[in-house]
Design a protein around this ligand. Sequence first.
Ligand code: FAD
Ligand code: SIN
Length: 532
Amino acid sequence: MKKTYDFLVIGTGAAGLSFALKVADKGRVAVLTKTRLQETNTCYAQGGIAAVTYQPDNIEKHVQDTLIAGDGLCKEEVVRMVVREAHGQIQALIDWGTRFDMEESGRFNLAREGGHSEHRILHHKDDTGSEIQRALSEKVSQHPNIDVYEYFFAIDIITQHHLGKEVKRRTKGIECYGAYALDIKQKNIVAFVSKVTMIATGGIGNLYSTTTNPVIATGDGIAMVYRAKGTVENMEFVQFHPTSLYNPNERPSFLITEAMRGHGGILKTQDGEEFMQKYDSRGSLAPRDIVARAIDNEMKIRGDDFVYLDCTHLDGDDLKAHFPNIYEKCLSLGIDFTRDRIPVVPAAHYVCGGIKVDTNGRTWINRLYAAGEASSTGLHGANRLASNSLLEAIVYADRAARDALQLQDTLTINPNIPEWNDSGAKHPEEMVLITQNYKEMQQIFSAYVGIVRSNLRLKRALDRLEIIYKETEDLYRKSTLSVPLCELRNLINVGYLVIKMAMRREESKGLHYNLDYPPENGMRLDMNGKKA
Ligand code: FAD
Ligand code: SIN
């Protein structure tokens, strides 16, 4: 079956939906999501969205905070561009119906998070993401030019390769004509053929056993582009959020927003010692890579499974008003954060790298754009500053939309796209073969490619992954397509990129800390995980 559109958007988070809304007045748009419209990383975002609004904050301070967090690897022109364009795109969110918390004076209520020198996080209580998702989902559902396809799983983008032509990696000659997607309910494969395609498929958190990301975050878009011979970069920079709620077996891990530390919460060991000052003069509000590594180190030295976030010295009513969802969640586990300390542990949270794009969101494949967490713009460098990702998603969706609107006038729909070829698929797969490999893969990444790495750990991870890779490719060739199998395959592809890029980076930088290359300045750990 074939469906034809001007624009194909894969992903219904902040990046995909804001792109769809910006192009929809000029063409027909298909928006695909592999589950429900609202099940996205966007929907789980708590802290908010960073932007300069009032003095004493200014553009230069936000730029410098982003560059410092990025540890020398941000593209400065991109940082300046995104910070400058923040205001206009946040206004677009507000125009689409997003509500941010306001003071009685009519000013935005601004929070502060790690690495930010000022209060500059616009937020809606402690559930900013679900508020943004609500507003965008409503607008998209009402737009007459947008068709939303829920439970459609994009398998691969369509390129010349599907027309029987050879394509070479990293040439400018590859073109994208849309994507093949599995209609999960009808169990058939649809070719979505488009003039322009946008990949907004989000992150890769499920590579790890412990993650704040919902189940959809399996790196599908990044893997699709890699297989299509596009360019992917900076995958070694996987961000661990320092404070997810310690509640073993809960998946995804519930986030305890950094804004609670911005509000005055303090990290302590289980025996009550404040430890962050030992690692960084900014204490509990140092950038995320430093805080996560410090917590990991304290847990290793002490043999503890978690540390505490202590908010008991703060005004309880004020805390409950700012963080009502976190209060309810903790209370459901018997923790009253106005009286009790919150047990927290780092969890995989965000990938800074991804599909390489230019400043208009164009990938290295013609007619193909990427935005949001799946993309690599150069904004985050080696470590993302808190609350800069929703900002990046909406700024790049806007830039890509403006570029794509111009481009689409010069393009036609390719009439020669073949149906999906599944002639090799015969046997329904045994689920245990997939689920067991999925668990093994997560264990490999958590043990060897986590917050602290070494050359030996990376080599061991690569060797183990190779086995799972071969088994999974074999299964893929023989089996009828299923979402779990495709997701496992995609995670193995992106996992391979994380390891290879980590091996290639012979230094410790930002989120990539390798014991074999201790940094010249900053935190050094010895081979036993002790602070040197
Ligand atoms: P997502 O919102 O993740 O959307 C991805 C979409 O792609 C989904 O619709 C999914 O179904 C679809 N998809 C994926 N693969 C396929 C496929 N094969 N076929 C079809 N559809 C597919 N950032 C901030 O800036 N501020 C915060 O306060 C903040 N808090 C966070 C809290 C949590 C718990 C988490 C997990 C993240 C947080 N982040 C925050 C990060 C931020 O939420 C994400 O980076 C951002 O929302 C990503 O948006 P996106 O549009 O790129 O992707
Ligand atoms: C948080 O609220 O701590 C998450 C913010 C982010 O990931 O940017």
